[in-house]
Write a protein that binds this ligand. Structure first.
Ligand code: CTP
Ligand code: MG
Length: 230
């Protein structure tokens, strides 16, 4: 199957839990921002056509120029179109801004939505998520839990969950563009808040199919995630 899809990389957050003094997606590893490595993975993936990158609205000019410079110095991306868009105050708004932009210029029917702070994503996972969404409409990259999982209230265990049916959600989360766009519009109309795209799809009753993720595909979130990189 010669699947083609676009990428939507969200990097408009503040990274508050990281405790860094800059938004974590711009934290530099070996002289290049975390977001660069994420973009690089999508640039090198033959399944991916256009790439939309969502950056903070505050400082948008500065950040887009910064990323453009790093990319033109480091990557040969002549065959891919990279477009920058300003994000919003929630991840949902940032994703939606990106989807609107994408649907204005691209004819591809599938989008792989990815966190800008998951730089270690493998190309095979990107392709598998695009293929799954092409086939079924909605795909979630996820890993089955290896630890036993507990439900806890006020510091006391209330239940032990069935590990076999528990998965940790990662990105990319890939969708038919029209399907996820209308699911987002429905979520906004009802005032619902979700932290990932599949939750938005699930709320619209869309069946989400699982693609096998990897523990390596980590989201850099806490300060200790960055300490481990040094
Ligand atoms: N994101 C975004 N726009 C927002 C919030 C988040 O584009 N308004 C992006 C982040 O930049 C990140 C991804 O969504 O790449 C996953 O979110 P998360 O890990 O929660 O990042 P932050 O919101 O930046 O971090 P925190 O919640 O610790 O402040
Ligand atoms: Mg957040």
């Amino acid at each position: 199957m010669d699947t083609k899809a676009d990428a939507l990389i969200v990097a408009a957050g503040k990274g508050e839990r990281s405790g860094l003094n800059i938004p974590k997606q711009f934290y530099e590893i070996k002289g290049k921002p975390v977001l660069f490595y994420t973009i690089e993975a999508f640039c090198r993936c033959s399944t991916i056509d256009n790439i939309v990158i969502v950056l903070p609205a505050e400082g948008f000019e500065h950040y887009s120029e910064y990323m453009q410079n790093v990319i033109s110095e480091q990557l040969n991306v002549s065959e891919k179109q990279i477009v920058y868009v300003a994000g919003g105050s929630t991840r949902m708004q940032s994703v939606y801004n990106g989807i609107v932009k994408l649907s204005q210029f691209s004819k591809n029917s599938v989008v792989c939505i990815h966190d800008g702070v998951r730089p270690f994503v493998a190309q095979e996972i990107i392709t598998a998520s695009a293929e799954c969404a092409t086939k079924y409409g909605a795909a979630l990259t996820a890993v089955q839990m290896t630890d036993t999982v507990k439900s806890v209230e006020n510091g006391i265990v209330t239940a032990t969950l069935d590990r076999n049916s528990i998965y940790a959600a990662q990105t990319p989360q890939a969708f038919n563009v029209a399907l996820i766009k209308s699911a987002y519009e429905k979520a906004f109309r009802s005032g619902m808040q979700f932290t990932d795209d599949c939750s938005v799809a699930e709320y619209s009753g869309i069946a989400v199919h699982i693609v096998k993720g990897s523990v390596k595909n980590k989201k850099l979130t806490l300060h200790e995630d960055f300490e481990e990189l040094l």
